[in-house]
Design a protein around this ligand. Structure first.
Ligand code: ASP
Length: 327
């Protein structure tokens, strides 16, 4: 009897939670959603985030507002999201850094997998090796020998430990066996301003930040870091063909919410992401910046969950072998 009552009470409680969730999801979203970007405004992650926010705003009929929470290679923004209320009004767009931070940071206030609800992958973006306009080298081989000859006199801008620019720089330094002086920023948006102003020598950054400046002749470009050339920058060779065989890195971006959001809300966000990756506006804007949204079957929670876990394993191995840590 008691057992039956307990069972009935449990069933009733579960039903009321589900009904509550369904009612909540039906009105969701009834106020603006904040999309946290863990880097400065004007940078590549911000650019991708704003394009997706615009498309999701159309689908959800509710404003998706970008908030930039930069610092510590993206980990400050990620920590903020992990602590946010799981109600669907805070979402997160980050990049490959979600998978590198667990190995790079000895103390991380969040778990990159367990504290987030995966929504889906968003876009893979090539990187470019770029320098201030009056940097002496004219091609990648020239850049490599200049850096090897001048080592720590050369300054390399990045977006902090664990950022894509940090990773690319780390791989470059190990490939050419030269230590550079790194200058960290809260994002490569402000780093790009200093590169254009000649305050730093060079950096490696996503095409979503560099395409306009390369085309406008405001910076020098040496190579793209993907296996194939990018259509929007047809004159730029791949790093492999220009002197760094096998030097490949593409930056993946993905969308998350805090862990524990109601399933129907997660489903709605997932539908909005599916809409965005097929949206012609998104495709056009990304094409202009040398990339494209992921295929719809990668813009799913299961694909992101599996990919994130595999990326953590991959980067932990590489980072441990390089012996790089943040405190
Ligand atoms: N592209 C930057 C990075 O190096 C971050 C950003 O500003 O989006 O990770």
């Amino acid at each position: 009897m008691i057992r039956n009552l307990t069972k009935r009470t449990l069933l009733a409680a579960t039903a009321s939670v589900l009904l509550g969730q369904a009612a909540f999801a039906q009105s969701y979203p009834d106020k603006p959603i904040t999309m946290i970007i863990p880097f400065s405004a004007g940078g590549p992650t911000d650019t991708v985030g704003r394009i997706f926010a615009q498309s999701m705003t159309t689908y959800l009929k509710q404003q998706v507002i970008v908030e930039n929470v930069g610092g510590a290679g993206g980990t400050l923004g990620a920590a903020r999201v992990a602590r946010s209320e799981p109600n669907g009004y805070t979402i997160f767009l980050h990049h490959i850094g979600q998978s590198t931070a667990p190995a790079l940071y000895r103390k991380l206030s969040y778990n990159a997998v367990d504290d987030f609800t995966p929504i889906g992958l968003v876009a893979d973006v090539p990187m470019t090796l770029v320098a201030r306009k009056d940097f002496p080298a004219t091609d990648l081989k020239g850049l490599i020998s200049y850096v090897q000859a001048n080592k720590t006199k050369v300054t390399y801008a990045n977006a902090g430990m664990g950022s894509a620019s940090h990773l690319c720089g780390m791989l470059l330094m190990s490939a050419i066996k030269a230590d550079l002086t790194t200058v960290p920023y809260e994002g490569t948006g402000p780093a790009m301003n200093d590169l254009m102003g000649g305050q730093v020598d060079f950096m490696c950054d996503q095409t979503t930040n560099t395409t306009g400046q390369i085309k406008g002749g405001k910076i020098k470009a040496y190579a793209v870091t993907t296996r194939n050339k990018v259509a929007s920058l047809p004159n730029l060779p791949t790093a492999t063909s220009a002197g760094l065989p096998g030097f490949e890195i593409a930056v993946w971006h993905a969308m998350y919410a805090p862990k524990g959001i109601p399933k129907p809300v997660a489903d709605k966000l997932q539908a909005a992401l599916q809409y965005a990756v097929k949206d012609p506006m998104v495709k056009q804007k990304l094409a202009d910046l040398g990339t494209e949204p992921v295929a719809a079957n990668r813009a799913t929670p299961a694909a992101l969950d599996q990919f994130l876990r595999s990326e953590i394993v991959k980067w932990t191995r590489i980072i441990k072998a390089a012996g790089v840590y943040a405190d």
